[in-house]
Write a protein that binds this ligand. Structure first.
Ligand SMILES: C[S@@+](CC[C@H](N)C(=O)[O-])C[C@H]1O[C@@H](n2cnc3c(N)ncnc32)[C@H](O)[C@@H]1O
Length: 519
């Protein structure tokens, strides 16, 4: 797999951001090592050796900017990504970064120990993520942190479905013109088609490198939160912190849904089922027994007595802090910044101070390392849920299987109640993704429109038919698909079975239930 993936990132280094795109140290203040250590209850590290494994074109600059005193090693399998990252650092004055071409699947890896290993958006590209994680853990300092990002299994279904369409059409591995071709095919779909919505609302779909990284990828995959926690456990690691927008923080979900005896991975698994992660799975892992406790109090090093012009102006006019997850969005007044310079604040327990702790302006001290029960043993159905077609007389359309998955989960957890109750439990905090008139984007929207039918389906014993050729087609279906594809120069002759699968992905989106001939 490495060769195909290497070729992909060699041709389309990711992310595609102009070299002159600059950030200030404060925009990335949550990438400061001490901030991340405080998140998991570890004391400030005296040494700071950071390894960015699979760094892409941007991260060396961002981490270098946030950690000006650290020694950073940035590695990637793609030399064109490394070249861009090196140029970006040079042009923008980030000096303490070494670059090296490293294939994470090869024998030779950099020797540790590292206080921080960052492996963001890479594990899902590797043949054996469990082995890769163990090898990263071996290079971690005893009290080091390992931050990961992987794709969620359920919330990313539409992207994986688009990948499947592209694969069936022979656009994977991609040639130079294929990102544009895929864009043209998607734009020919009706405006309210779920795959078009998924493409148009995808942040990275604006440039070719983003389209390849998401929809024409040579081999990536999703993980359930439960599976990820299992992989961590096998590598002798535990999750110290999950980075998620405030609503999808596991302890908040547990409180709101009154599921206090659930573990953090279970709660995130559940949020993913409901399409409520609204992001990827991003945990900080630490070695088991790393001695996490409440730690010394400090004010974020980028703020206290900082001589940067931005903070100096902030002392007069105030300063807004924020990150992509919206977690740290916080306005600090001039008076507050001046008080931070004096080292004040730790002895208060007001909401304001708690907010500063949450955002990471105040580190360590009384910050609680939250704890939830450990995860239960993992069942194979939760590790990699099957995507059975489950056809039959009025059986569920597999195109919507990820939206029906929470209902199946509900069947295994009777304590969660009926569909109506489940929807009601999620609704108050969830802003539905649906736009007016569209449906089928989240289980909440689908449940609102089709709740009664879904409840009936859940209660019925549907016969399972798992073969595509048992789908009952209306005679015009396949000719309509061929007409739809005819303007595009499809590089591959499609078999009947491939056409049927494509019809399912492209043409069956208006029906929540399909019919099939019984075998
Ligand atoms: C989705 S990009 C993420 C880049 C960067 N971490 C970020 O978050 O912007 C995946 C990166 O992993 C790298 N990669 C993929 N397989 C790899 C492997 N076997 N060894 C090292 N790097 C790899 C790719 O070249 C690419 O730069």
């Amino acid at each position: 797999m490495s060769a195909l993936i290497q070729a992909q990132y060699q041709q389309w280094p990711y992310p595609s951001v102009p070299l002159w795109g600059r950030v200030s140290g404060l925009e990335v203040f949550q990438l400061h090592l001490q901030h991340l250590r405080a998140r998991v209850g570890l004391p400030a590290a005296a040494e700071a050796r950071i390894w960015i494994a699979g760094c892409g074109t941007m991260q060396p600059y961002l981490l270098g900017k946030a950690n000006p005193k650290a020694e950073i090693l940035a590695t990637d399998i793609s030399t064109s990504s490394l070249d861009r990252a090196r140029w970006r650092c040079r042009l923008n004055g980030v000096a303490r970064v070494d670059f090296q071409q490293v294939d994470l699947e090869e024998e030779e890896l950099p020797t540790g120990p590292f206080e921080w290993i960052e492996c963001y958006g890479v594990l899902m590209n590797l043949r054996d993520p469990a082995l890769a994680l163990r090898r990263l853990a071996d290079r971690l300092a005893p009290d080091g942190i390992l931050r990961l990002m992987v794709y969620p299994w359920f919330s990313r279904r539409r992207v994986f479905q688009l990948q499947r369409v592209a694969r069936l059409l022979g656009l994977i591995p991609p040639r130079a013109e294929d990102p544009k071709k895929l864009r043209a095919i998607v734009r020919a779909l009706p405006k309210d088609h779920p795959l078009r919505y998924a493409f148009d609302s995808y942040f990275d779909a604006q440039n070719d490198a983003g389209i390849v990284d998401a929809f024409l990828h040579a081999g990536d995959r999703g993980f359930t939160a439960l599976h990820l926690a299992e992989l961590a456990e096998q590598a002798g690691l535990e999750v110290g912190y999950w980075f998620h927008r405030p609503w999808a923080r596991p302890e908040v979900i547990g409180r709101v849904l009154r599921l206090s005896d659930w573990s953090a991975p279970q709660l995130l698994h559940y949020a993913d089922l409901w399409q409520e992660l609204r992001g990827n799975l991003v945990p900080i892992l630490v070695k088991k027994g790393a001695g996490r406790t409440a730690t010394e109090e400090m004010i974020h090093p980028a703020l206290r007595r900082s001589s940067s012009l931005q903070v100096a102006l902030g002392r007069l006019f105030g300063l807004e802090l924020g990150n992509r997850l919206g977690e740290g969005r916080l306005f600090l007044s001039g008076a507050e910044l001046r008080a931070l310079d004096r080292g004040e604040y730790f002895n208060h327990t007001t909401t304001r101070v708690n907010r500063m702790r949450e955002a990471g302006v105040l580190l360590g001290g009384s910050e609680d390392v939250w704890s939830l029960p450990p995860p239960p043993p993992l069942s194979p159905a939760d590790r990699e849920p099957t995507e059975d077609l489950e056809l039959g007389e009025q059986a569920a359309n597999p195109f919507y299987s990820h939206l029906l998955a929470p209902l199946r989960y509900g069947q295994r957890h009777p304590e969660l109640g009926t569909l109506t109750m489940e929807v009601a439990a999620w609704e108050p905090l969830a802003e539905p993704l649906e736009e007016e008139g569209a449906w089928g984007l989240t289980p909440i929207g689908t449940g609102r429109v089709h709740g009664a039918a879904m409840d009936r389906w859940r209660e019925a014993e549907n016969p399972k038919v798992t073969r595509l050729d048992q789908l009952r087609y209306v005679e015009e279906d396949l000719p309509a698909l061929r007409r739809f594809l005819s303007p595009f120069d499809i590089p591959k002759k499609l078999s009947l079975l491939e056409e049927r699968e494509l019809w399912l992905l492209i043409g069956s989106w208006k029906s929540l239930f399909l019919t099939a001939s019984s075998a």
